[in-house]
Design a protein around this ligand. Structure first.
Ligand SMILES: *Cc1c(COP(=O)(O)O)cnc(C)c1O
Length: 428
């Protein structure tokens, strides 16, 4: 079996041959690699080719693949039963673990995907505030719920247009899409619609437009405006949670802004350790609006699944070992510094950034601050680099608007090999 024959076969039975569009390599062209197995920092495709993995299942695999402690926990959970549709002690353990690491949250509900968690957080924010509108930012992704598949309208204070067929305009009529890191735009939106805004949802480090940090003054102003107008500030930490720092991106903003905390937080990816698991969390007063206590309905047959919670718990235990994040951050930093050095040597403009085990790089002179700037970076150069790296056994995200991830299983030798591959790929 090779990748192209599998891709051909897949396209007969699965739309586009994939179960999530980015896997199809449409942005970069070429044949997607069909992965046969993974271990540590490596993936092997159907042709037996090995890759150093910088996707890590788009974030969850912070320990690398097949970590022994996680495997053991999952094996044991599987033996005890796949799913009961009834509460288990392990759900409490995972909830307690999350709350211990996230001081802004007093209660948490477990779901099965980031999409579901973000969608539920918005419903909860609307139910709690009794207001209809929501604000999101261009370039941020919060899953594929209808109300979120929207792009900016013609003016700053106008509501958006659907970005997907199958979403009627009325469904996004309450969604306002603003430019990221633009204080004037958010002030204008609150001035115009302040009384009707249920929540502002943001990726604090936007990993769905590669790697763009929300500026501290911007987050500070968001916090003030939400508080002033009775809107909830929702941090979508599906990607950044337990990934950029043990306490997520909110712990970094709490260091920069005294007393800072979001109202609601959304988690996914790392908390499942590679299994379908996500969560949303917040103060008891807000969370108590959820069924069965309150009027906001939310449910899930496989929510808090016993195998997924075992995987998540084992993962969260490992990342709390002393020095874990320091080592991960240092390794990630050495990667982006290495990339930066070989780009300089090749005379190629490259801007890099990283936090914890998450990184971004842009073929541009400076780090972009918003979506339009990300999209203005050199796409042809990115695509050539992506394929150059793939040919050399390095698997980067197949689109310039995606973040990269380093795991604890990546050794200094893996990073060095990656930088050597980059030097060659940039020369080619
Ligand atoms: C991945 C992601 C989601 C969606 O999670 P799924 O599990 O793919 O539904 C939502 N928000 C952010 C920030 C993400 O990175």
């Amino acid at each position: 079996m090779n990748n192209s024959s599998l891709f051909e076969r897949a396209q007969a039975s699965i739309p586009g041959g994939v179960n999530s569009p980015v896997r199809a390599f449409r942005a970069v062209g070429g044949t997607p690699r069909f992965i046969a197995r993974a271990q540590g920092a490596y993936l092997w495709d159907a042709e037996g080719q090995r890759y150093i993995d910088y996707i890590g299942s788009w974030g969850p695999m912070i320990l690398g693949h097949g970590h022994p402690a996680v495997l053991e926990a999952v094996h044991k959970a599987v033996d005890d039963g796949f799913s009961f549709g009834a509460p288990t002690e392990r759900e409490i353990e995972l909830a307690e673990e999350i709350l211990k690491l996230v001081p802004s949250a007093e209660q948490v509900r477990l779901v099965s995907s980031g999409t579901e968690a973000a969608m539920s957080a918005i419903r909860l924010a609307r139910g709690f505030t009794g207001k209809p509108r929501l604000i999101k930012f261009e370039g941020c992704y919060h899953g594929h719920a209808d109300a979120l598949l929207v792009k900016a309208g013609s003016g700053l204070a106008t509501f958006g247009h659907p970005t997907s067929a199958g979403v009627p305009p009325e469904v996004v009529q309450h969604t306002l899409v603003l430019p990221y890191n633009d204080i004037a735009a958010i002030e204008a939106a609150f001035a115009e619609h302040g009384g009707e805004i249920a929540c502002v949802m943001i990726e604090p480090i936007a990993g769905n437009m590669n790697f763009v940090r929300a500026a501290v003054p911007f987050v500070k102003r968001l916090r003030e405006l939400c508080a002033q107008h009775g809107a909830l500030l929702v941090f979508d930490e599906v990607m950044t949670g337990f990934r950029v720092a043990l306490g997520g991106a909110q712990s970094l903003y709490a260091k920069a802004i005294p007393g800072f905390r979001p109202d609601l937080s959304v988690f996914g990816k790392v908390i499942g350790g590679g299994m379908p698991l996500a969560a949303f969390a917040g103060p008891r007063e807000v969370m108590a609006q959820l069924a069965p206590l309150g009027p906001v309905y939310q449910a899930g047959t496989l929510s808090g699944n016993p195998v997924a919670t075992a995987c998540g718990l084992a993962t969260l235990k490992e990342i709390q070992r002393p020095g874990f994040f320091e080592a991960l951050a240092a390794s990630t930093r050495s990667l982006v510094e290495g990339l930066s050095a070989v780009a300089r040597e090749a005379g190629v403009p490259l801007a890099v950034d990283s936090e914890g085990g998450m990184f971004g790089f842009f073929f541009a002179d400076a780090l972009p601050q918003h979506y339009d700037a990300v999209m203005a970076t050199d796409k042809a150069r990115f695509n050539a680099f992506f394929h150059g790296m793939l040919e050399r056994g390095v698997y980067l995200a197949p689109a310039l608007y995606e973040a990269g991830f380093v795991s604890a299983a990546h050794t200094a030798a893996d990073i060095a090999a990656t930088v050597i591959a980059a030097r060659e790929a940039l020369k080619a």
